[in-house]
Design a protein around this ligand. Structure first.
Ligand code: PHE
Length: 457
C-alpha cells in the first residue's frame, strides 16, 4: 500500500494499491447524489435535453481537462491540496487554490449531508412502507412532511455526520471503499431495472422526448452556468478532491485514460438515473421542474408499480446512501488532509473538528425548509446559496486557477512528462493538444460562462 517514489521515501503516504483500485476510488468520489438527485432535478428544472447537451459539452471541454490536470498536480506533489502548491510553487500565493477548496468542501458538505439525510430517512420510510405510492399528492406530502420538520431534518443530518465520522475515526474508510466498489454495480443494475419499468409506463415517451429532444429556446446564460457548475460538481473537481486523490495515484497509472473512464462511467450513471425518472415524471403527471424534491417524489411512484416494489425501494435508497457515502468521504478528505498535513493535527482531531464545524454550518442548510425558510441571502435559502455558491462560483474559480497554474506556471514540458509517465506512454500528440486546451480553451470558457451567467456583462 506504500508509495515507492524516491522523493517521498522519507515520509511514505498511503496510496491506492492497484490500477483498478484507483479507478474504483475515483469513481466512488464522482458517483453520488450528483447523479441520482442533482442531475435529474437540474435537468428537469432547466428544460431537459438542451440542458443535457450543454452539460455534456461542459463535461468534455472543461470537466475532463480540469480533472486530468488536477490529478496530475496531486500525483506529482504527493501532498494535500494546499501542500501541493507549496511544494510545486514555493513562495507564491497559488496555495490559495487549496484554501478555496477547503472552503468549498465545507459548503458542499453542509447541504450534501442534508440530502444524504433525506436519503437515510427514506431508507427507513421505505422499510416502514410509508412512502410507497403512485399518488403524486401522497408522495409529495410525505417528502414535505420530512423537510418541513426542523427536528427530523436536523437529527437525520446528525445521523449522517456521526456515521461518516465513525467511518473515518475507525479508520475503516478503506473497508468502506471496498464495500462500495462491490455494491456500485448493484446500483447500476437497479437503475437499469427501474429505468425499464419507468419506460414501460403509459405516457413514458413524453419523458424521453423531454430528455433527448432539445428545445434551444430554453438555454439562457444562467442555464449554461448551471450546466457547467454541474459538470464540476459531478466530477468532484475544482476544489482539491481529485488533487488529493491524485496524490494517492500510482506513478504508472495512465491519468488521461483513467479520467476518461471515470467521466464516461459517471455520465452513464446519470443518464440511467434520468431514464429512470423522467418517463415516470411525465407518466404520473409530476412537474419536471419540481426542484430538489424530484427524486423523492418520483421514485416511490415507480416502485409502487412494481412487484416487490417496497423491497426494491429499500434497496434503492440503501445503495444511494452508499454512493453518497463514497462521495462524502472524498469531500471530507480535503479538509482532513489539509488540517493534518499542514497543521500537524492527528487525523482523528481533524475529523472531529471538521464534523463539529459541519454540524454548525450544516444546520442552516438543514433548517432551510422549515424555521429558516425566510432567512435568505441573495434571494436564496442557505441550502440553495451553499449549492449555487459552490457549483457556480467556487468550483469554476478553482478550475480557472488550476488551468492557469498548469498552463502558465507548470508549462508544457512538465505537463507532457507527468502525463506520459516520464515518456513511457505514447501519447505526445494528445498531450500537446490537451495542453493547449488547458492553457487557453478551458479557462477562457469557464471565465466567460461564469461572468455571463452571473450577469457581469
Ligand atoms: N461528485 C459528487 C457527486 O456527484 C459530489 C462531490 C463534489 C464529491 C465535490 C467531491 C467533491 O455526488
Amino acid at each position: 500500500m506504500r508509495q515507492t517514489d524516491a522523493s517521498v521515501a522519507a515520509a511514505p503516504r498511503d496510496g491506492f494499491s492497484s490500477s483498478f483500485g484507483v479507478l474504483a476510488a475515483t469513481l466512488g468520489s464522482a458517483v453520488g447524489l450528483g447523479n441520482i438527485w442533482k442531475f435529474p432535478y437540474l435537468t428537469g428544472a432547466n428544460g431537459g435535453a438542451g440542458f443535457l447537451l450543454v452539460y455534456l459539452l461542459a463535461t468534455l471541454l472543461i470537466g475532463l481537462p480540469v480533472m486530468i490536470t488536477e490529478i496530475m498536480l496531486g500525483r506529482t506533489a504527493k501532498a494535500d491540496s494546499v501542500g501541493t502548491f507549496k511544494k510545486l510553487a514555493p513562495g507564491t500565493p497559488w496555495w490559495l487554490i487549496g484554501g478555496f477548496g477547503v472552503l468549498a468542501a465545507f459548503l458542499i458538505m453542509a447541504f450534501y449531508s442534508e440530502v444524504a439525510a433525506w436519503v437515510l430517512a427514506y431508507v427507513f420510510k421505505s422499510l416502514a412502507g410509508s412512502a410507497l405510492s403512485s399518488d403524486p399528492a401522497h408522495t409529495s406530502a410525505a417528502f414535505d412532511q420530512l423537510i418541513h420538520d426542523p427536528l427530523q431534518s436536523l437529527l437525520w443530518q446528525w445521523a449522517v455526520l456521526v456515521l461518516i465520522g465513525g467511518i473515518l475515526l475507525l479508520g475503516v474508510s478503506k473497508g468502506i471503499e471496498a464495500v462500495t466498489k462491490k455494491l456500485m454495480p448493484l446500483l447500476f443494475i437497479l437503475l437499469v431495472v427501474v429505468g425499464v419499468r419507468s419506460l414501460l409506463l403509459p405516457g413514458a415517451d413524453a419523458g424521453l422526448r423531454f430528455l433527448f429532444q432539445p428545445d434551444f429556446s430554453k438555454i439562457s446564460s444562467g442555464v449554461v452556468l448551471t450546466a457547467m457548475g454541474l459538470a464540476f460538481f459531478k466530477l468532484s473537481i475544482g476544489m482539491g478532491t481529485m488533487l488529493t486523490y491524485g496524490s494517492y495515484f500510482r506513478d504508472d497509472q495512465n491519468i488521461p485514460a483513467t479520467a476518461l473512464r471515470v467521466m464516461s462511467a459517471d455520465l452513464l450513471v446519470s443518464m440511467l438515473a434520468g431514464i429512470a425518472i423522467f418517463p415516470a415524471v411525465f407518466a404520473f403527471g409530476f412537474a419536471p421542474a419540481a426542484g430538489p424534491s424530484l427524486l423523492f417524489i418520483t421514485i416511490p411512484a415507480v416502485f409502487a408499480q412494481m412487484p416487490f416494489g417496497g423491497l426494491f425501494m429499500v434497496v434503492f435508497f440503501v445503495l444511494t446512501a452508499i454512493a453518497a457515502t463514497g462521495a462524502m468521504l472524498s469531500i471530507l478528505e480535503v479538509p482532513v488532509s489539509v488540517l493534518s498535513e499542514r497543521l500537524g493535527w492527528s487525523r482523528a482531531q481533524a475529523t472531529v473538528c471538521t464534523l463539529l464545524a459541519l454540524a454548525l454550518i450544516g444546520a442552516s442548510a438543514a433548517l432551510s425548509n422549515s424555521v429558516l425558510a425566510d432567512f435568505k441571502w441573495f434571494g436564496m435559502t442557505m441550502f440553495d446559496l451553499f449549492d449555487a455558491l459552490t457549483s457556480n462560483v467556487l468550483l469554476p474559480l478553482g478550475g480557472i486557477l488550476l488551468c492557469l497554474f498548469t498552463g502558465w506556471v507548470w508549462g508544457p514540458r512538465r505537463f507532457a512528462d507527468a502525463l506520459s509517465n516520464g515518456g513511457t506512454l505514447a501519447n505526445r500528440r494528445l498531450l500537446a493538444a490537451l495542453f493547449l486546451v488547458t492553457r487557453w480553451v478551458s479557462p477562457l470558457l469557464i471565465l466567460v460562462v461564469m461572468l455571463k451567467g452571473l450577469g457581469a456583462f
